[in-house]
Write a protein that binds this ligand. Structure first.
Ligand code: UDP
Ligand code: MG
Length: 330
């Protein structure tokens, strides 16, 4: 009886970030339309247009007019994928929210298996990639990044899990309440805790259009993940400093010995030289180490600066498919 009541009353939200996705949208509409009846629940689909410069927004508007399940928001500019998903979570009203890419790399047919885990009592269900169809270099970098992140943070970060996931409304409420600007959502959903489960899936190839995650954007995401969830890089400066000081001390002992026992050193071919290359190498080495440490400090300070400014995370330019706001009084 309880299960039946939940079945009737529940509603799920599907959040789809879209950036220049006009080519893939007709396929997305068709695939979600075909699969939605299998969910056995009321649903809404929220698309966030992340400042596209093609016909993405026009296509989303038309879809929202045709189908009352669809809602869409457009950003005033490109704020980035993680911000688009954050906005989608903010506007979602479902009991569970599923985050899915627009390019159909996360198959909509897989949503049913996420829902099954949620109905079994898990509040965070993330999809883990069994295999990726991405280019070789991207696969290698992703492989290295997930493992590095796991080593550097105490949180149990899942390997090879992307943004494709289901979040219970309690988890969504926690994430929405987080004020931080640099949003690495895979980390935030792990940080939330609750009962977490994973579902394996084969990540498909992009159905149409071109990847919108440039190398620069992927690199920024990786940096956000590392610097928002780990203080290990800060400690790196201490370790580097200790190692360099250790070597410098050995160098001092060696040079002194060379001066004091010049004859003995000369016999084994280690007479004191002019010293110029040694000085250049030490100066460059120390300079390099100091710049790395400064850069690491800069990463953290830049993030603090972003937080302190307190600018809004996104700016909405337009919306579609929502109940029109009441007319102004008078
Ligand atoms: N995306 C976005 N803003 C961006 C870049 C990407 O909203 O600045 C969306 C994009 O439309 C897609 C999802 O994020 O729905 C994943 O992007 P993409 O497929 O290009 O990344 P990849 O799958 O190659 O990692
Ligand atoms: Mg993709």
């Amino acid at each position: 009886m309880l299960a039946f009541r939940r079945q009737v009353a529940e509603k799920i939200s599907i959040v789809v970030p879209c950036y220049n996705e006009e080519a893939v949208l007709p396929m997305l509409f068709a695939r979600l339309h075909a699969v939605a009846p299998t969910w056995g629940t009321d649903y809404e689909i929220i698309c966030v247009d992340d400042g596209s410069r093609d016909l993405t927004w026009q296509k989303l508007q038309a879809q929202c007019q045709q189908d009352p399940h669809w809602r869409a928001f457009s950003f005033a500019r490109n704020f980035g994928h993680q911000t688009a998903v954050s906005a989608g979570l903010h506007f979602a009203s479902g009991d569970a929210v599923v985050v899915i890419d627009a390019d159909l790399q996360d198959p909509p047919e897989q949503v049913a298996s996420l829902l099954a885990k949620w109905r079994a009592g898990f509040e965070v269900v993330f999809a883990t990639r069994k295999q990726r169809q991405d280019p070789f270099v991207k696969r290698v970098l992703a492989w290295g990044f997930y493992r590095l992140l796991q080593k550097m943070t105490p949180l149990p970060m899942a390997r090879d899990a992307g943004d494709f996931c289901l979040l219970d409304k309690r988890v969504v409420a926690v994430i929405n309440a987080l004020p931080e600007r640099s949003r690495y959502l895979r980390g935030l959903r792990t940080w939330c805790g609750f009962r977490q489960a994973s579902v394996e899936f084969d990540r498909a190839e992009r159905a149409a259009g071109v990847p919108q995650y440039t190398f620069k954007k992927s690199f920024k995401l990786a940096m956000d993940g590392l610097f928002s969830f780990s203080a290990v890089p800060l400690r790196l400066a201490t370790y580097l400093g200790l190692w360099v000081s250790g070597f410098a001390f050995l160098g001092v002992v060696f040079t002194l010995a060379q001066k004091l026992f010049a004859a003995k050193f000369a016999r084994i071919g280690l007479e004191p030289g002019a010293g110029f290359p040694t000085i250049v190498i030490s100066v460059l080495f120390l300079g390099g180490v100091q710049l790395i440490c400064l850069g690491i400090l800069g990463e953290y300070i830049g993030r603090i600066y972003d937080e302190v400014k307190g600018r809004p995370l996104w700016i909405i330019r337009d919306r579609a498919g929502l109940t029109p706001p009441p007319p102004p009084p008078g």
